[in-house]
Each structure stands twice: as structure tokens, then as C-alpha cells.
Write a protein that binds this ligand. Structure first.
Ligand code: MG
Length: 254
């Protein structure tokens, strides 16, 4: 009897440990690759939410006339976002007929539900750091106004953007993307999460264990191959950002 109880406890602890290490799935630019909708469209956001992923990522730019819009590239079908007004951007549409989403439209759709978090990337503005910091302040205020701070994680390549967010709010979740700071450096600046490229983690295999020791959460982008998914699951990363949320779900369920 005693033996059975001990075995049961061991199995329970082992499964709890595995569960604790399971990374959360973040759909990169929404769920678009296997769903035939444009990335960063409202449709890609809805698809990610339908899949029940932990988070859905999207990219945000500031237009010439200070409107925040959602798109990955610096241009929207050939129109340069930083140099165009919002009205000018309406000349183009996504192949599914959607116009470029404003941040209010995108966030309102995302905040209709509570399960899937909004992973909000503030894009570096090509016109300079002042525009990037302005976009950061506006992004924070847009989320706050819609009462979305606890449903949102901000990510940015721009370190000034990360520092501005921390200055605005001591609790808001921020992940730094650029890969050029150690977990220790981030902690000193009160940035408690990092989101680095696959190559950065492979070049610095001590980053994940170091981050764990420091209480820094780790996210990795963009993990699309099964072997890489398995590698980062084994490393105990906290989040995996992928264009293939369907595949990652399958790998995790094994
Ligand atoms: Mg992005």
C-alpha cells in the first residue's frame, strides 16, 4: 500500500513539473498561415482567438497624422505608413477586403473575450526615436482607455520604448525583443520578460536558465519547425511565438 502511495505521489509530482514547464502558445501576427487570411488582419485575430491560444501577437505603427494602425511591414501594400496619413492608407485594402485596422478597432475586437491575451508589438518608427516614444505613449494610453492592461503584453525592439513603458507603469508587462541584453541587464532596468529570436537563444544557451534564476520570463520567436518547438519545450521556455500555432498545439499535446 505504502509503495502504491509513494508511486502515485512521484507520478503526480512528475506530471505537475511537466505541466509547469509547458510553454504558452503565442500566434505570431494572428493565426493566418494555415487559415488563409491576411496576417495582422482582424480576421487573423479572430482565428487565433477561435483556436484558444494563450496570446496573439500583432504589430503597431504610427501614421504621419498620429493614428496607430496594425500592420507588420513599414508599408501597407506599397503605402509608407510613417509618411502617410490614415486617410491615405485607406486607398488600399487587404485581399479579404479589410482596411488597415486602427488600434482601437483591433483592441476592441480582442478584448471582447478574456482567454487570449493581446501581444502588442510597438514598431520602431523609421523617422526616429521621438516618434517611437510617441507611439509608445499613445499605445499605452489606448490600452488603458479600453481597460486592457491586464489582458495585454507589450513587446518592442526599441529599448527606449521599453523604458518609456516602465516609466508609465510599474506593473505593465514588457518583453524586450532585440536580443542584445542579458537577463541581468533587463532586470536592472525593471524589464522582467524577454522575447528573443531562436538564434539568440541557441548562441546563448545560458539565457533561459539565467532568466529562470532571476525570475525573468522568456519568449522565443519565431518557432515554426517541429524540432525547434521540441528543443524549446525541453529548455523550459515560458512562451513560444509561432506562425504555426496548430502544429505547436499538436507537439505540446503529445
Ligand atoms: Mg511582430
Amino acid at each position: 500500500m505504502k509503495q502504491i502511495v509513494i508511486t502515485a505521489v512521484v507520478i503526480l509530482c512528475a506530471s505537475l513539473a511537466t505541466w509547469a514547464q509547458t510553454p504558452k502558445i503565442i500566434a505570431h501576427r494572428g493565426a493566418w498561415k494555415n487559415t488563409q487570411v491576411p496576417q495582422n488582419s482582424i480576421a487573423s485575430l479572430q482565428k487565433a482567438i477561435e483556436q484558444g491560444v494563450w496570446g496573439t501577437e500583432f504589430d503597431v505603427h504610427l501614421t504621419k497624422d498620429d493614428i496607430l494602425v496594425v500592420n507588420h511591414d513599414q508599408d501597407f501594400y506599397g503605402l509608407d505608413i510613417a509618411m502617410s496619413t490614415y486617410q491615405e492608407l485607406l486607398a488600399k485594402t487587404h485581399p479579404n477586403g479589410e482596411k488597415i485596422p486602427t488600434i482601437e478597432e483591433y483592441l476592441k475586437e480582442g478584448y471582447k473575450q478574456k482567454k487570449t491575451k493581446m501581444i502588442f508589438e510597438i514598431k520602431t518608427n523609421k523617422l526616429g526615436v521621438e516618434r517611437t516614444v510617441k507611439a509608445t505613449e499613445m499605445s499605452y494610453q489606448a490600452v488603458k482607455k479600453l481597460k486592457g492592461l491586464d489582458k495585454t503584453v507589450f513587446i518592442a525592439f526599441s529599448y527606449p520604448a521599453c523604458l518609456k513603458l516602465r516609466e508609465l507603469d510599474k506593473n505593465v508587462k514588457i518583453q524586450y525583443l532585440n536580443g542584445d541584453k542579458t537577463p541581468e541587464q533587463l532586470k536592472q532596468d525593471h524589464i522582467y520578460e524577454l522575447d528573443y529570436n531562436v538564434k539568440v537563444f541557441k548562441k546563448n544557451p545560458d539565457y533561459i536558465p539565467q532568466a529562470k534564476k532571476l525570475g525573468i520570463k522568456t519568449n522565443v520567436w519565431t518557432v515554426n519547425k517541429k524540432e525547434d518547438m521540441e528543443y524549446f519545450i525541453a529548455q523550459g521556455v515560458d512562451f513560444i511565438t509561432t506562425d504555426q500555432p496548430e502544429l505547436l498545439k499538436k507537439v505540446l499535446s503529445k
